[in-house]
Ligand binder design. Structure first.
Ligand code: ADP
Length: 259
């Protein structure tokens, strides 16, 4: 198991946000969390990333309690692409991607040849070779997202966590990012945990999907189990007409009306 939670409970003050979350992600899978606004998706991602602490319950990374693992060790195993990113606009792509090597260096140690090779590889894998000297502030949304994924790759993680990686991107960049994520999953075996808003994209790019509703797991399973009339009606309050994509073989739906 790549990640697992047992009876995870999280509150902000007296607001109880996540309730009895048993969440499991097998090695090498792409697992997506979906749910209406406010259902707790980002909170779950933040808990898995150790940004916030659980009130009770356990979180395991490859069988180890994440609170018992030193931060630097976690950063070697797990890379996180948060929704809101803070970085100065006047650093280059190359510099940002190199930040991904920091967990692997000792304090004050400079990058060696192997680190530089990994940075080059991450830049190449994400199609940023021609842009490597560009400043972050000069990138389009899609390029910027690829750059953050390159930094995550330079970390050489086994688990990649992405919170809404397609937000604010137009449709071609959305596909570009999701195709890249899938390519990295398939060719490098990186386990992916992400939040997506677009349910059809979740169905197309995930092995398993968790549906959150009011802080609880309402359903879990393959896209065929999730893209289901009653479930979508109940959780998202829309009436879906469900079809099968003949090219990709996955289910998709068109929302017809609000219930
Ligand atoms: P989602 O990602 O599904 O939209 P969130 O995890 O962001 O949901 O939020 C779940 C609930 O927790 C919401 O009701 C939200 O208002 C509340 N919440 C999120 N962050 C905080 C916070 N820092 N303090 C208080 N309440 C919060």
């Amino acid at each position: 198991m790549a990640m697992e939670t047992r009876k995870l409970e999280i509150s902000y003050g007296d607001k109880h946000v996540l309730k009895e979350i048993d969440f499991k992600v097998e090695n090498g899978q792409i697992v997506t969390i979906i749910g209406p606004n406010g259902s707790g998706k980002t909170t779950l991602i933040k808990a898995l990333s150790r940004y916030i602490k659980a009130q009770s319950g356990d979180i395991y990374l490859r069988g180890k309690d994440i609170y018992s693992i030193p931060t630097k060790e976690i950063a070697k195993e797990m890379a996180i692409l948060p929704q809101v990113k803070h970085v100065s606009a006047d650093i280059t792509i190359e510099t940002l991607v190199a930040y991904g090597r920091y967990p692997h260096l000792r304090f004050g140690q400079r990058m060696g040849k192997e680190d530089k090779d990994i940075v080059d590889w991450a830049i190449e894998r994400t199609g940023l070779k021609e842009l490597r000297g560009r400043y972050i502030g000069q990138l389009s949304g899609g390029e910027s997202q690829r750059c953050w994924i390159a930094m995550a790759l330079a970390q050489n993680p086994r688990v990649l966590i992405l919170d809404e990686p397609t937000t604010y991107l137009d449709i071609s960049y959305q596909l570009e990012v999701l195709e890249l994520v899938r390519e990295l999953n398939q060719s490098l075996g990186i386990t992916v945990i992400m939040v997506l808003h677009d349910l059809n994209q979740a169905a197309r790019y995930s092995d398993k999907i968790y549906v959150l509703k009011e802080g609880r797991i309402r359903q879990y399973g393959s896209p065929e189990i999730i893209i289901e009339k009653r479930l979508l009606e109940e959780v998202f309050r829309i009436e879906p007409h469900i079809y099968q994509d003949k090219v990709n073989g996955c289910p998709y739906f068109i929302p017809h009306k609000i219930i």
